[in-house]
Write a protein that binds this ligand. Structure first.
Ligand SMILES: C[S@@+](CC[C@H](N)C(=O)[O-])C[C@H]1O[C@@H](n2cnc3c(N)ncnc32)[C@H](O)[C@@H]1O
Length: 283
């Protein structure tokens, strides 16, 4: 998801969660919510029925939905991406939802601008952001604006990636499970999905002669990505934390790996949990 095409769904372990100093983990571990049956499982990805991005959104949706106020609440989704993120599902469930992203679809329910430039006319009941906060330029400014956009009882629902937890063991585990490079961009089939970012990371590491940690950090610095720890810290200085969980992040990018299998590897201490799920409210 760099730029969004999932160029960055990297991640980290439930036991050594990136904790802000003053923060508490309200809960840890993410229940496997992925639908493994067609059309959203890995078989569907292989058959070209769904892309990794669609699979990711389907896996993240239950957490988002379960933490929102009831419809017809007003919801802003920051960084909905070219697929529209959760906006179609929100609208289908009766929410008054708007997606804000320069890469959003050109359609009525979206505003194709950075959130920093979006005119929030009325306070909203919920703000949702899924793997967009680590990309924003000034995280503090964006979260200040989120706070002022929310109604007093408003809810903030965040799904994020703690890239700093994409350690060597986690990277190796992922790289061992990448689809053959024949399915990379440029493949013939219309629905062949973009495995680009993970293949690129592996190729860059192999050719760099550097340690994984250095290679990954240099990449993150080039992309100017906030760490999960920074995001939690900035959230905790502004919002009342109600829920924090860590869990699987990479499965949708991998070949034949389910969310439950990634969770099992986390539980076994083989890899780190890279996904952050957070819910907060105004103080
Ligand atoms: C990794 S993609 C995530 C897309 C989608 N939410 C998902 O989870 O698949 C990150 C998205 O955040 C958007 N984004 C980055 N900075 C933003 C900002 N300041 N305001 C709105 N969107 C932003 C990017 O354009 C990109 O579409």
């Amino acid at each position: 998801m760099l730029g969004c095409a999932v160029s960055d769904r990297l991640g980290a372990d439930t036991r050594s969660a990136p904790e802000a100093d003053n923060a508490r983990v309200v809960s840890s571990g993410i229940g496997s919510s992925e639908l493994t049956a067609p059309p959203l499982g890995t078989a569907a990805v292989r058959s070209g029925l769904v892309t990794p991005d669609e699979r990711w959104l389907a896996a993240a949706w239950p957490f988002v939905r379960d933490n929102l106020p009831a419809p017809p609440a007003r919801v802003l989704e920051i960084g909905c991406g070219p697929l529209g993120g959760f906006v179609p599902s929100l609208r289908a469930d009766g929410y008054r939802a708007t997606g804000i992203d320069p890469e959003a679809p050109e359609a009525a329910d979206y505003s194709r601008v950075d959130f920093e430039r979006y005119d929030v006319r009325d306070p909203v009941d919920a703000v949702v952001a899924c793997t967009s906060m680590h990309h924003v330029e000034d995280l503090g400014d964006v979260l200040d604006k989120v706070r002022s956009a929310m109604a007093p009882a408003g809810v903030l629902v965040i799904v994020e990636w703690a890239w700093e937890r994409f350690d060597e063991a986690t990277a190796r585990w992922c790289f061992d499970r990448l689809a053959p490079s024949g399915a990379e961009p440029g493949a013939e089939h219309e629905h062949d999905h973009d495995h680009g970012w993970m293949h690129e990371r592996r190729a860059e590491w192999q050719s760099s002669g550097k340690s994984w940690d250095v290679c990954c950090r240099e990449w993150a610095e080039r992309e100017v990505m906030h760490t999960g720890q920074e995001i939690l810290h900035e959230l905790d200085t502004r919002f009342d934390r109600r829920l924090l969980e860590f869990g699987p992040f990479y499965f949708s990018e991998l070949d034949g790996v389910t969310e439950a299998e990634e969770q099992a590897a986390i539980d076994a201490g083989l890899i780190q949990a890279g996904r952050i799920q957070y819910v907060g409210g105004l103080r």
